[in-house]
Design a protein around this ligand. Structure first.
Ligand SMILES: [Zn+2]
Length: 297
């Protein structure tokens, strides 16, 4: 769905990139080709390319119109950025801002930017290159950045975090996509529990990164959970024990994923992750021994 409502909150999907990212066992720790095989038919073709045996993935952002605010959740990989640790997302030249415009928004219209965490593919459009400098792409926006992730990824603190799983993949990201926003005075470093707007709260969802937050939207009795990278693929609804290979704290990431699925099922919430293909979101049903995704149109 490219546009939907959660009560009185209207949501627009803005796409940046799509492609075959990796085989299931290449992205999901603990998954094997044999373990994925029972799900191949269910997830082909929207979420899985059977012929290439690769997970089909998206980079996408969400714009929420809520209480007079326009809130942009996650900002993809960005254009023209040097990404030595993950070349597929380096030197991109996508029409993300055109897609944003077609959804109805110019950069000047965005009031609040929220980054679920400070990984390469969630902060890229925080900045654009102007006059040879990386500058805030949304000049009027307050950027809400998880304080715990800012501490974790700030290169000045590298000696305190010698074991970062994502250090190579996230190289250059803080410098070109986080630091310029802070230097421009546009950033607000936020903690779990931060209220973005009436009915919109950032809750801690640690594990993938230590500061990862999800955004809970509640309006007129309806709920949605914008969960970033708590899940990368819907097969993880069936197998919450399968982390992405990029998760910093595997045990914490599994615990968070299970808790989020539990919460989504209890609230009958829309679960809106960052990278799902197909319908880009689902609801979650509790089963006798776990969870199952429910895809609605
Ligand atoms: Zn991601």
């Amino acid at each position: 769905m490219d546009r939907f409502d959660i009560g009185a909150v209207r949501v627009h999907r803005v796409e940046e990139w799509r492609g075959n990212f990796a085989p299931p066992e290449g992205l999901l720790a603990g998954c094997t080709p044999e373990a994925f095989a029972p799900y191949a038919a269910e997830f082909s073709p929207g979420y899985y390319d059977l012929a290439e045996h690769k997970l089909f993935a998206f980079l996408q952002s969400w714009v929420l119109e809520a209480g007079g605010l326009r809130i942009l959740f996650d900002t993809g990989a960005g254009n023209h950025k040097q990404r030595p640790g993950i070349p597929v997302f380096g030197n991109l030249d996508t029409d993300f801002l055109g897609n944003l415009q077609r959804a109805g928004f110019a950069p000047d219209d965005i009031d609040v930017v929220v980054c679920s965490h400070l990984h390469i593919d969630h902060v890229g459009w925080n900045t654009t290159l102007r006059d040879g400098l990386w500058q805030p792409a949304f000049p009027h926006a307050r950027y809400l950045l998880p304080a715990i992730d800012e501490d974790f990824w700030n290169p000045a603190n590298a000696a305190r975090f010698p074991q970062q799983v994502g250090r190579a993949v996230n190289a250059c990201v803080y410098e070109d996509s986080v630091a310029p926003v802070i230097a421009a005075g546009r950033a607000e470093l936020v903690r779990p529990g931060h209220v973005v707007a009436d009915g919109i709260v950032l809750d801690g969802a640690p594990g993938h990164t230590p500061g990862h937050v999800l955004m809970h939207v509640e309006s007129l009795g309806e709920h949605a959970l914008f969960v970033g990278d708590v899940l990368h693929h819907p097969v993880q609804v069936y197998h919450p024990e399968w982390n992405s290979i990029f998760c910093e704290d595997p045990a914490q990431a599994r615990a968070t994923r299970r808790a989020v699925l539990e919460r989504a099922a209890a609230l009958d919430a829309l679960l809106v992750p960052a990278h799902f293909g197909g319908q880009h979101m689902c609801r979650v049903r509790a089963t006798h021994d776990g969870f199952a995704p429910v895809f609605t149109t």
